[in-house]
Design a protein around this ligand. Sequence first.
Ligand code: ADP
Ligand code: MG
Length: 391
Amino acid sequence: MVATTESLQAMSYTREYENGNQQLIELRRVAKSYKTAVGDFVALKEIDLNVDAGEFVAVIGKSGSGKSTLINMLTGIDRPTSGEVLIGDTAVHLLKEGQIAQWRGRTIGIVFQFFQLLPTLTIAENVMLPMDFCNMYARRERTERAMHLLELVDIADHAHKLPTAVSGGQQQRAAIARALANDPPIVMADEPTGNLDSRTAAAVFDLFQNLVEAGKTILMVTHDEGQARRASRTIVLADGEVVNEYLARALPFLAQDQMVRATHKLESFSFSPGEVIMLQDAPPDRFYIIKAGEVHIYLRQPDGAEILVDTLRSGQYFGEVALLRGGVRTATVRSSRKSGVEVIALDQQSFNEVVSESAVTRSEMDRVMAERAAAQTRLRQSPAATQEDDL
Ligand SMILES: Nc1ncnc2c1ncn2[C@@H]1O[C@H](COP(=O)(O)OP(=O)(O)O)[C@@H](O)[C@H]1O
Ligand SMILES: [Mg+2]
């Protein structure tokens, strides 16, 4: 077992972008505090975040949790108090004031809750504005491109109207067309459907999904849990902190403040292929959630032979049985011989705190335990399924 360290990560390091970020978007210990009459208010607390090209990330969290602040750091609309914002080959936090708007105009399309179209320009003119500003595309192409984008979001018929002459849903479509004006690789949206009725919201959400399919990378703040589930990843913000994503996925019924407290207690480990993570009959120490790779679960038979009863993957957990019921480990868990495994873990005391504070989590765990036990019983009765060679 190895506690995951910087040096371990460095071994698999492949330099991709100019500032050393391996993914398209990387935040390193980004903090933001606002000066207020009663002193500094910390809106973001040293956030780390990576988003790969092509991902569709939903950002959720209560009002005031820091979602808009996060978007403002990523888009360069505002600057972090400390930390690094790396997007593609650009260190956004180091851009000079005069460079930011041009960089943003070419790199990130932004969609806001209240559309923010210029009221004195027609919809088509609003869409052409970013092209003019960044001097993208030949002047005579711009009108044609604007019309093409408006067709894409299905409001070309209203191109020559002022924004106030169309509905909210149509204004948001226009705002999406404007965000795409310079064909940016990234689109960020701050509650883009927050001001729309549910049917219109669903149609606008579909547009974002089309953009992901067309290869864009999307970060979308949303209040809508249903929308968040349709994204490829969900990031939960709570009190200016990012909840560990694997924890949020494995224990979705924890309250957000419980998730934050548990996130603070998490340890990371990696196990090499075939390594024992926990041993049957040993006293329990930790609760584990799988980040990457697989583990196999074995039961020792009265004759001493081990049988494989289960394989668990990313987002699943193990090690809860003895912690919840008392006594010793009821199974042996090894990392897969093929891949090894990376896990996060809670020590016994932190795990007990989490479970005792969340009755829903406890009953969900009881349900999963019962389900797994039933499946294991079935497996023990059909020994054909336990061939080690299949691993
Ligand atoms: N300019 C500002 N000055 C002072 N406090 C601010 C400012 N902007 C945001 N905040 C505070 O920072 C916290 C996070 O705000 P915000 O990022 O807008 O949250 P969210 O978008 O999740 O609702 C809130 O408590 C908010 O009141
Ligand atoms: Mg907000």
